[in-house]
Design a protein around this ligand. Structure first.
Ligand code: ADP
Ligand code: MG
Length: 352
């Protein structure tokens, strides 16, 4: 530190700005996968395949059959705060996973990123960015949809590289992220492949697209991810109060766990981790489970997007409800009611 010399204020260049933002958006390989798969879902994809190598550290490739990007918009996709998902006039009226226009420029700042895409009525084109340097778009061969390839994540930021865990731990985190999104989108098919060492690779997770009735599709998808034993031992939940809807499945007290790993919450289709919801869940089961047991649940809260703020953190896995009391009350009373009814049914069956 040199006293008495006033440092001048300077504008940072785009590469530096993107690298700073990337610190918040892309914490580890699974955060990159989350952003890319969310983009594929936002693009209306029906099938999404994800290939990873070495826990996502050397390769993450996400292919979708969504709407694609026209060649002239490819540079915009890589530029900060550029998005096709909101117009900026109403920051609470959000119906997509993305809206900040930050993921692709951030990924381009911390890895080697290539986007290949083809939109209906356009030729296929690709654009690459390496360490923040964008190469101009050029034609490529591709059917409808998009392939985003991210190689050597964090190669340009060695400090971040050091914080990465084992390939196994990072692969596990990637698989968790994909499972949560797959629970949120039963009508989309997902395939996760580990292609470490090259070749065809090995499928490590697969969920086929579910068709038909929404509740049936959700049930099948939950059976794929949480196990048939869960759906066979869970109560369907479907209630509404003051315009907030709660749906999903909640396990019977007899099917409880020693840890809270199988508790999944979604708010307006977005996987979230929320203390309020976890607290409400504990409250609902308090009379039915001992304190060291944890219920398995997959619960979906849907309300007008104006009643919940998802713009709390760049990763958007936290939310803030306008009327938290209504949400808490709804979860507690709906689950208590369902559990009490099930208990009553069980005791009358035993008695007869
Ligand atoms: P955001 O998702 O917040 O809009 P991103 O940086 O993730 O920001 O993506 C920027 C834009 O690139 C998106 O708004 C979208 O128009 C386009 N895009 C990204 N991924 C895809 C994809 N897989 N298919 C079609 N368009 C995409
Ligand atoms: Mg996005």
């Amino acid at each position: 530190h040199v006293p008495n010399i006033r440092p001048v204020i300077r504008q940072l260049d785009d590469a530096a700005i993107n690298r700073i933002a990337a610190g918040e958006v892309v914490e580890r390989p699974s955060s990159a996968v989350k952003e890319l798969v969310e983009n594929a879902i936002d693009a209306g994809a029906r099938r999404i395949s994800i290939d990873i190598a070495d826990g996502g550290k050397t390769l993450i490739r996400v292919q979708d059959d969504g709407c694609g990007i026209p060649p002239e918009e490819l540079p915009l996709a890589l530029s900060r705060h550029a998005t096709s998902k909101i117009d900026g006039s109403d920051l609470l009226n959000i119906h997509s996973f993305g809206f900040r226009g930050e993921a692709l420029p951030s990924l381009g700042a911390v890895g080697r990123l290539t986007i290949q895409s083809r939109a209906e009525g356009y030729e296929a084109a690709e654009i690459s960015v390496d360490g923040g340097q964008i190469k101009p778009p050029r034609p490529c061969a591709l059917g409808q949809g998009t392939i985003v390839t991210l190689r050597d994540l964090f190669y340009a930021t060695p400090a971040r590289l050091k914080f990465m865990r084992s390939d196994r731990a990072e692969s596990q985190a990637i698989s968790d992220v994909i499972k949560r999104l797959a629970m949120a989108e039963p009508s989309v098919g997902f395939t996760l492949r580990d292609v470490s060492g090259g070749g065809e690779g090995r499928v490590t997770f697969r969920a086929d697209a579910q068709t038909g009735d929404l509740f049936d599709a959700l049930r099948e998808r939950l059976a794929t991810i949480m196990g048939r034993e869960f759906t066979d031992n869970a109560l369907p939940i479907d209630t509404e109060r003051e315009g907030v809807r709660l749906t999903g499945y909640a396990a019977l007290p007899t099917y409880s766990r020693g840890s809270a790993v199988a508790q999944y919450f979604f708010v307006n289709g977005r996987p979230v981790r929320d203390k309020l919801l976890i607290g409400a869940l504990r409250g609902a089961y308090a009379d039915f489970l001992s304190r060291d047991r944890h219920p398995a649940v997959a619960l979906f809260i849907d309300c007008d997007p104006h009643r919940v703020d998802v713009n709390v953190h760049p990763a958007k896995s936290e939310v803030r409800f306008r009327e938290s009391g209504v949400v808490r009350g709804l979860v507690v009373s709906a689950l208590r009611h369902a559990l009490a009814e099930a208990g009553h049914r069980a005791s009358t069956t035993v008695a007869s």
